[in-house]
Write a protein that binds this ligand. Sequence first.
Ligand code: UDX
Length: 437
Amino acid sequence: MRVKVSVIGCGYLGAVHAAAMASLGHEVVGVDVDEAKIAALRAGRPPFFEPGLADLLLGAQDKGSLDFTTDIADAAEARVHFVCVGTPQKPGEFAADVTYVDAAVDSLLPHLSPGAVVVGKSTVPVGTAARLAGLVQPSGAVLMWNPEFLREGHAVEDTLHPNRLVYGVPDGAAGETATAALDEVYAPMLAADTPRLVADYATAELVKTAANSFLATKISFINAMAELCEASGADVTMLADAIGMDDRIGRKFLNAGLGFGGGCLPKDIRAFMARAGELGADQAVAFLKEIDSINMRRRVRMVDIAREALGGSFIGKKVTILGAAFKPDSDDVRDSPALAVARLIGTQGGVVTVTDPEAVANASRAFPELTFVTDTTEALTGADAVLLLTEWKEYRDLDPAAVAGLVSGRVLVDGRNVLDPQQWRAAGWTYRALGRP
Ligand code: UDX
């Protein structure tokens, strides 16, 4: 059945969610305060790079209907309202800034009618939903929390084919109403065997933070092993393959290298520590501090390896950095490890040029002091060292012999362990990597 739906916040999460819900046949209005973003979406143009989103926006109109607006009053007719705004790290603190969530719910309040359901999807500190439920209740609407597990670069697929759903609902009839409403919205996309867990608010909120903390822990664990491999002459990629064959461990998220960045993992583990502290449970997540430290150390180690490979100094050396986004298939540069490395090398006297297939515009806005080029060949020409820091396919597929013809010095540092050392060494390159001899 067609449901009238609103999506508040049209960023990486909300824009995809709005288009996906319309593609399921619903009548969707996306709301955001950013006029440029809304204008782009209205014209069917994704305001950021996300594979599959352009097609989804185009196709959405065929099945349901999709409109975008800056006026929250246009959401008044919707029965289900999704809150998809960001919860960034507070400047100078570990805690998450929930003011956008508060503002979204506040702005919705005058437009809520009895029977409406407000579905929080943003990642929030545990306790937020219970607090907001008190604000929503007088309108006769119900609040529920339905954390989103999508990965950037796979957002369309993850939204339309979730591997599980978690609903955080209040007890009793209100919880049943909310569950039934969200079931109706998601029904067209659910496989018969998609697990759906109906929980209380706090559990639903914690599922999301715990999942991201576990992923961050896996990455930092293997990066800690990379430090040991560097100290002992072992190879972390083989180590990861071998331990990953134990299906209690699993090979996914054991790719050692420059570590994690982006708008989620780093800020989520920090917000988790801050919230645990407020709840008097600091010790339970104290280990996350170490997870964060291991992750940040990899950036420094990367710079050290590159400097060593260049004979001990960056001064006057042209260093080409392949990748600016925090991961491939994304133009997101929030907390990008690649850009952190670029900046560090710049402060040590290196002449840095950064290139990326999609993220140059965002990166040059965030780091105007760095030099960016969009063309890979231009970036590589005359380089004394090449650093592969974001593993886009086009960089993984580079031909060592062809690149050798462009550069001044054959020094390659593979920050993501995605190239074949033998192939690069055979073409005359000095190949260095994190966690490999
Ligand atoms: C993450 C979660 O995966 C997702 O479920 C949640 O909803 C949001 O946060 P995302 O930030 O899009 O998604 O990226 P993800 O694919 O998880 O990668 C995060 C970072 O970890 C990237 O910088 C990536 O390069 C790095 N990473 C990932 C590694 O360094 N090694 C790995 O093995 C995997």
